[in-house]
Design a protein around this ligand. Structure first.
Ligand SMILES: Nc1ncnc2c1ncn2[C@@H]1O[C@H](COP(=O)(O)OP(=O)(O)OP(=O)(O)O)[C@@H](O)[C@H]1O
Length: 329
């Protein structure tokens, strides 16, 4: 009797995701538009999804939400059927793996954080990760061409990064979130890593979401492209469909999307300027803020829900005067 084919469940489910960073007072600014809004996406085993968008579009935020680093309602984001934020076992087990910006400064592995520039050998770092399959470890050392005798405080940025990536991938993840981690890698290391990651998806049914601005060597890597602008999903489609709608290279295709977005944004900015200050801008105009409040203000202002701008730093003091006479976006 023929075996009934098992239908695989989605590995990543984002359902009408809405997210706002806290504002100056630690709460979402009243009346502010969410950074991520009405964002839905489903990914399955074997999907390699390239997340693209301009600076500030929301890629890192989305990856961090998927990685359980920002709290959202559990039914908005599910990874392997579970809430990444609430179910910490997902990351501790290594099933869900996030390699991103903060991780570049330290290696966070199964709850431990290790400074990456200590006087310690690559061997000690890599073999220090417990519960790892030795064949997988050997393969990763080879793929990333790591010399186990490297001293971490003496190696180059790219060599250090290779050790980090090696450590990060030691456990056989089911969902991997990559936030531009290949910037320091040389062409060969990057190509070999991408090949390894593709194999992980094809052979083990892993899912990868990779946010990047570097398209070199990526032409045939992704199975899907997701384009995000201002926290909104613009487009999510299989790579073969992208090739159907555009005969340009992947890089040129994305470039054309971003160029269009930028032109529209410039037009909107011009219109906004012509319409004068909003209520919020009037409120913050001339306000002096300091410390955490200042940092939150600057982030919030960058967030696009207000058009005030940091204009002066008082020497010796952590305080800023916010002014809306220079419109940011
Ligand atoms: N902790 C934070 N608090 C408030 N706003 C934030 C915070 N982190 C990011 N933002 C804002 O959220 C928006 C999206 O940022 P995010 O880092 O997700 O963008 P990105 O697409 O990854 O950008 P890039 O390509 O430059 O890395 C930006 O406008 C940013 O200023």
């Amino acid at each position: 009797m023929a075996m009934k084919e098992e239908k695989s469940l989605p590995t990543v489910e984002i359902n009408k995701l809405r997210f706002t960073y806290p504002g100056i007072d630690g709460h979402p600014p009243p009346g502010s538009a969410p950074l991520i809004d009405d964002f839905s996406l489903t990914l399955n085993p074997r999907d390699r999804c390239l997340l693209v968008g301009s600076n500030g579009a929301g890629k890192t935020t989305i990856l961090k939400i998927l990685g359980g680093k920002h709290m959202v309602e559990p039914n908005m984001v599910k990874v392997l059927g579970r809430s990444a934020f609430h179910d910490t076992a997902l990351t501790v087990s290594g099933d869900l793996c996030y390699l991103g910006g903060e991780w570049r400064r330290e290696v966070a592995f199964a709850g431990f954080e290790v400074a990456i520039q200590m006087d310690v050998s690559a061997e000690k770092m890599i073999y220090g990760v417990a519960g790892v399959d030795s064949r997988r470890r050997d393969e990763l050392i080879k793929v990333l061409d790591v010399d186990l005798s490297w001293r971490m405080h003496k190696v180059s940025d790219g060599q250090r990064r290779r050790v980090q990536i090696c450590m990060g991938l030691l456990k056989p993840f089911k969902v991997l979130l990559l936030d531009e981690i290949t910037v320091d890698l040389d062409v060969l290391a990057r190509a070999d890593l991408l090949k390894f990651l593709k194999k992980e998806c094809d052979e083990r049914g892993a899912t990868i979401v990779y946010a990047t601005h570097i398209f070199d060597g990526l032409e045939d890597w992704p199975s899907h492209i997701v384009y995000v602008a201002h926290g909104n999903l613009q487009l999510a489609m299989p790579m073969h469909k992208v090739k159907e709608i555009s005969n340009l290279s992947l890089m040129r295709t994305v470039e054309s999307w971003l160029r269009k977005e930028r032109d529209e944004e410039r037009k909107r900015r011009k219109e906004r300027k012509a319409n004068g200050l909003s209520e919020y801008e009037k409120q913050v105009d001339g306000t002096r803020v300091a410390g955490d409040r200042a940092r939150a203000a600057v982030r919030a202002l960058n967030n696009g829900w207000a058009a005030g701008r940091l204009t002066s730093t008082i020497a010796g003091e952590e305080s800023f005067v916010l002014s809306s006479n220079r419109v940011l976006r």
